[in-house]
Design a binder for this molecule. Structure first.
Ligand code: ADP
Ligand code: MG
Length: 289
């Protein structure tokens, strides 16, 4: 291809929502042999809904939800927004909170009436062991592909909430199209292994679960050392992993920082453009050689 043909190819791709930021990014994209995906906000729409509220003890469901929403106030995490939205939909009054603290990849903490409330992935509770009946119930909800969060007050379980996110409608087609190009897909997620397995199986891809943001970087470094890897994410807990990959690709719905720093972006959030991007990059590369 002539430089002019490459430029017009890039422009056409950009109009379809496949933005590749220049020749160097295009060249690296042409070498990609596998691709890692963040789950929440990337393979899924990132708009989870609260489906289940179960209390441990005297609280009502609405009381539990109001406490959870108060702890989540101010967090930009998609799970936090879903919990706050559900409390608003039910017109619940939220108790006053102080000392909010985000625990990246784990959950969030706040103080209510001098007591510490922790909302956390049940698998990441450091100092609390849940009893067998609760473990079993949580396992069941997670095996359905749901994300469960547990609310604890001074280490005592108040109850759990389960949230379900929907897959992007083109996720399965996109993974299949990449497979046809010989590009293998793997999901990297901070979510629990059971929910990850349910979703990965539906999409026909591998997965690694329970990853903290730093674990996502290690996973990317390890995979990238085997063969050039692309990392697709939305910038929430995955921006460093996107940077560590041979090429980072941001979702259009992602954070501003992700969109600015990534080498490429899916500006219309269409995952099927990934195979088209790689196809274009390979064709350009072959023509130049
Ligand atoms: P993902 O890799 O799916 O984008 P994250 O790394 O953002 O997930 O979070 C991993 C897990 O940590 C979540 O599935 C959830 O269990 C827990 N978590 C993180 N932040 C929060 C929060 N603000 N509220 C509740 N749970 C959270
Ligand atoms: Mg994410």
């Amino acid at each position: 291809s002539t430089p002019a043909a490459i430029t017009s190819g890039l422009a056409a791709a950009a109009r379809r929502g496949a933005l590749i930021k220049g020749g160097a990014a295009l060249e690296r994209l042409g070498k990609i042999q596998h691709i890692a995906f963040d789950k929440t906000g990337t393979l899924t729409a990132g708009k989870p809904q609260v489906t289940t509220i179960e209390v441990n003890g005297e609280l009502s469901e609405n009381d539990l939800l109001a406490l959870a929403a108060a702890v989540e106030l101010g967090s930009s995490h998609p799970l936090a927004q879903a919990i706050v939205r559900e409390a608003q939909n039910r017109n619940l009054e939220l108790p006053d909170t102080t000392a909010h603290r985000a625990l990246a990849g784990i959950g969030v903490e706040a103080t209510i009436n001098g007591e510490t409330l922790l909302l956390s992935a049940p698998g990441k509770l450091a100092n609390t062991v849940l009893d067998a009946a609760w473990q079993q119930r949580i396992t069941q909800l997670e095996a359905e592909g749901q994300t469960v969060v547990a609310l604890l007050q001074q280490g005592q379980l108040l109850g759990v909430l389960a949230l379900r996110d929907t897959l992007r409608s083109d996720a399965k087609t996109a993974v299949a199209a990449l497979h046809n190009l010989g590009v293998q897909s793997v999901m990297l997620t901070g979510d629990n292994p059971r929910a990850a397995a349910a979703i990965a199986q539906e999409l026909g891809m591998d997965y690694r679960a329970s990853l903290l943001p730093a674990d996502k970087v290690s996973a990317v470094n390890e995979l990238n050392a085997r063969a050039p890897l692309a990392m697709v994410g939305d910038g929430i807990n995955d921006a460093p992993a996107m940077k560590a990959a041979t090429i980072g690709i941001a979702m259009g719905s992602g954070t501003d920082v992700a969109l600015e720093t990534a080498d490429a972006a899916l500006t219309h959030n269409r995952l099927t453009e990934l195979a088209n991007m790689i196809g274009l990059a390979r064709a350009t590369h072959n023509n130049i050689r």
